[in-house]
Structures are given as structure tokens and as C-alpha cells.
Design a protein around this ligand. Structure first.
Ligand code: GLA
Length: 391
């Protein structure tokens, strides 16, 4: 569904659920990271884009002066959430409500109180697919609260507030990429984000001859979040041994000289991060120059490094990349890599636009033959960041 279609749908569903039309509607996109993986918490560069998949919230004041925010989901079987505003907002149940809870707590901490609300949530960002469904939900909540209260936050502060919600309410020590792109995405652009200075640079991506395919392996291996925190800690250890504030400041020669001062796993984690930061900057130049073969090669190199040095890939992600490599440029694929935190979720492939259908078919049938699993494949243009659609 396009965003206007989605808005229409959510508006009608809100009226069916609550018996009146919504007063506000807000939306925030998921994202796909083209390159720059596990670099954000190392002060490095990332190059994501917002995708045409959104968390959408429709809302109105609650009836009868209730001092709580009720959120229902359009999907059947999702437990509704009630967030009491009469005391401090804390993590609670259901689990998914911790994303909006964390954001509401962030607004209250800034003295911004939206008052009682009835909210209907609908999301087209696949859950647990590495496309930042949680960041979309956080940023959507923040955008809705801005609309309701008329208090617009500075975009950087808004993204950081959402990141804090994820740290403190969902217990995931994520970097800043997902929330930044969901807030700051721009149609037909990738976002080159310097995660140290937080400076953003929009990189046009509107060459009609290429498309980005998102291939969901439809697997999610549970070890994900524990391993994420471990990787972060290993990067900090490497930076300490190298005597630099973060791996952004380390160079490959210094790492080689210090190789025997560190555990082999720590060494390989650092090698990935240092290489990936460089690849990301080069890839941004490649996109600017429409040099797709180079961008594609950098994507493959990124994947190999994530698989071998960072060890966050899995058999299913590797299978997709191998199939893509087999198709090759002749068959329409410039490059392919896992995207997001890893351990399942999605791959992103850069393909010739006129081969989208053939490439999707081939990946889908070969992936099924290799793994027995049905992949979900779609393409997306770079989308705009969060918006207030009504109100
Ligand atoms: C997750 C985190 C991001 C980033 C990626 C890996 O998506 O939320 O901050 O660290 O993993 O690049």
C-alpha cells in the first residue's frame, strides 16, 4: 500500500474501532541500510535509506478525560496497551508497548504531556526483519506526540529520544542509525550519516536504471540481541588496546601492529569496523557517480567481512548473497549483502531496474531449493522520513 492508501485504511479502521474519525495521523518509515553495518556505535559512517514501509498511528483525545494512552493494533491477536499518565511511565506489558512507552516517557521528561489519547497502530514494516520496525514505531509515536502537543522537537533530539527509549525500555544498546533515518529520510536520497558529529549528507539516488531489492530470509535467530551487546563490548576493548577513543580513529596499520596484543575475535571485529567505515565512504562516492559496479563490489565485500570477521551473518543470509553472486552483473545483480544487525532478517541487493522481476524470481526459487524457506522480496525507492499526515 502507498502512504495515502495506508492513511485511508488506518483512518477507516480508527473510525470502526473508536466510533469517530481520527484527529491526528502520523507515519514513520522503516529503513534498509545500503552499507555501513555495525559502524554506528563505533562513531563511523552509515548509508541507509528510508523504505516505503511505515508504522502509522491515528489518534484522538480519549473520551471522559481519561489520563492514559490506549493503543490498539489493527492486527488481530495483538494485545492492546494502556499507558497510564498519572504517574511515571515505566517499562511494562505487553512487550511491544515498551517502544511507545519509552518515547512517551521521553516527552514527559521534557515536560511535554499529550494527555489521554486513543490510538490505532498499523505497521507495514515486517517485524524482526532487520528493517527497523521498532525504530519506525518509536519515531511514529514521537511524531504523533509532536502533532498532538504542537511541540516540535529538533530532529536530532527527536532521534536521540527514540534511541534512548530503545536503550532504556527495550534493553537494546543500539546505535543511532535507525532512528536518524526514520526521522530524516528524504525521497530519492540515501543518508550518509557521520555517527560521530551527527552530520548528515543527502546522497541522491534517483537513477532509474537501478533498483534496490529487499530480500527477507524470513528467519530470525534468537541469539541476536545478546550477540549485539557482545560485539559492542569487543569493539570497545579493541579501541582501548589501540589507545583511541573509538574505532573511527583507528587505522589498519595500527591494528596490524597491535594484532598480538588482542584476542583474535577482538582483532577481527576491529578489522571489520575499520574496513566497513572506509567502504561506506567509498560507496557514497560511488552512488553519487552512479558507479554501480563499484557500489556492488563494496556491498559484497561488506557481506564477506560481516560473515567472516564480525560473525553476525547466518546460513540463510549467506545463501541469498551466494545466489545473487551467481546471477552476477550479466543477470542484473551488481551487489548484495546482509543488512541490519544480522542473525537473520534481510539482505539488500542492488540490481538493474529492468531485471527486478527475473532476479526476484531466481532468488526466490533458488533460496527455497537451498533452505526450504519462502523468502519475501520487494523493492523500494528511498522514501521520506516521518510525517504528520493529519492534524
Ligand atoms: C541494529 C541497530 C543499529 C545498528 C545496526 C547494525 O539495526 O539498531 O543501531 O547498529 O544494528 O549496523
Amino acid at each position: 500500500m502507498t502512504l495515502p492508501e495506508l492513511t485511508d485504511y488506518v483512518s477507516r479502521q480508527f473510525a470502526r474501532t473508536y466510533g469517530r474519525p481520527p484527529r491526528w495521523i502520523a507515519a514513520a518509515p522503516g529503513r534498509v541500510n545500503v552499507i555501513g553495518e555495525h559502524t554506528d556505535y563505533n562513531d563511523g559512517f552509515v548509508l541507509p535509506m528510508a523504505i516505503e514501509r511505515y508504522a502509522v498511528m491515528a489518534a484522538d483525545h480519549s473520551v471522559g478525560g481519561k489520563d492514559s494512552i490506549s493503543i490498539r493494533d489493527t492486527s488481530e491477536g495483538v494485545e492492546p496497551a494502556t499507558i497510564d499518565l498519572s504517574g511515571p511511565v515505566k517499562p511494562g506489558k505487553p512487550k511491544w508497548s515498551n517502544y511507545p512507552r519509552g518515547v512517551i516517557a521521553g516527552f514527559l521528561a521534557r515536560g511535554i504531556n499529550p494527555g489521554g489519547l486513543e490510538v490505532l497502530l498499523h505497521s507495514t514494516v515486517p517485524l524482526g526483519g532487520g528493517l527497523s520496525s521498532s525504530a519506525a514505531l518509536e519515531v511514529c509515536t514521537a511524531t504523533l506526540l509532536e502533532a498532538v502537543t504542537g511541540k516540535k522537537l529538533d530532529p536530532v533530539e527527536k532521534a536521540l529520544l527514540c534511541q534512548q527509549a530503545e536503550h532504556e525500555f527495550a534493553g537494546v544498546p543500539c546505535g543511532i542509525m535507525d532512528q536518524f533515518i526514520s526521522v530524516m529520510g528524504r525521497e530519492n536520497h540515501l543518508l550518509l550519516l557521520d555517527c560521530r558529529s551527527r552530520q548528515t549528507d543527502l546522497v541522491p539516488m534517483n537513477d532509474p536504471s537501478v533498483a534496490l531489492l529487499i530480500v527477507n530470509t524470513n528467519v530470525k535467530h534468537e541469539l541476536g540481541s545478546g550477540e549485539y551487546a557482545k560485539r559492542r563490548a569487543q569493539c570497545e576493548t579493541a579501541a582501548k588496546i589501540l589507545g583511541v577513543p573509538s574505532l573511527r580513529d583507528a587505522d589498519p596499520d595500527a591494528l596490524e601492529s597491535a594484532k598480538n596484543k588482542m584476542d583474535n575475535a577482538v582483532y577481527r571485529r576491529a578489522r571489520h569496523v575499520i574496513g566497513e567505515i572506509e567502504r561506506t565512504v567509498h560507496a557514497a562516492e560511488g552512488v553519487r557517480a552512479s558507479n554501480w559496479p563499484t557500489v556492488g563490489q563494496l556491498m559484497y565485500a561488506s557481506h564477506a567481512s560481516l560473515r567472516d570477521d564480525y560473525e553476525v551473518s547466518c546460513a540463510e543470509l549467506d545463501a541469498v548473497v551466494e545466489i545473487a553472486e551467481g546471477i552476477g552483473i550479466k543477470g542484473g545483480v551488481y551487489g548484495c549483502r546482509m543488512t541490519g544487525g544480522g542473525f537473520g532478517g534481510c539482505c539488500v541487493a542492488l540490481v538493474k531496474a529492468d531485471t527486478v522481476e527475473a532476479v526476484s524470481k531466481k532468488i526466490s526459487s533458488d533460496y527455497k531449493a537451498k533452505t526450504g524457506i519462502d523468502a519475501t522480496i520487494f523493492s523500494s525507492r528511498p522514501a521520506a522520513g516521518a510525517t504528520v499526515i493529519k492534524g
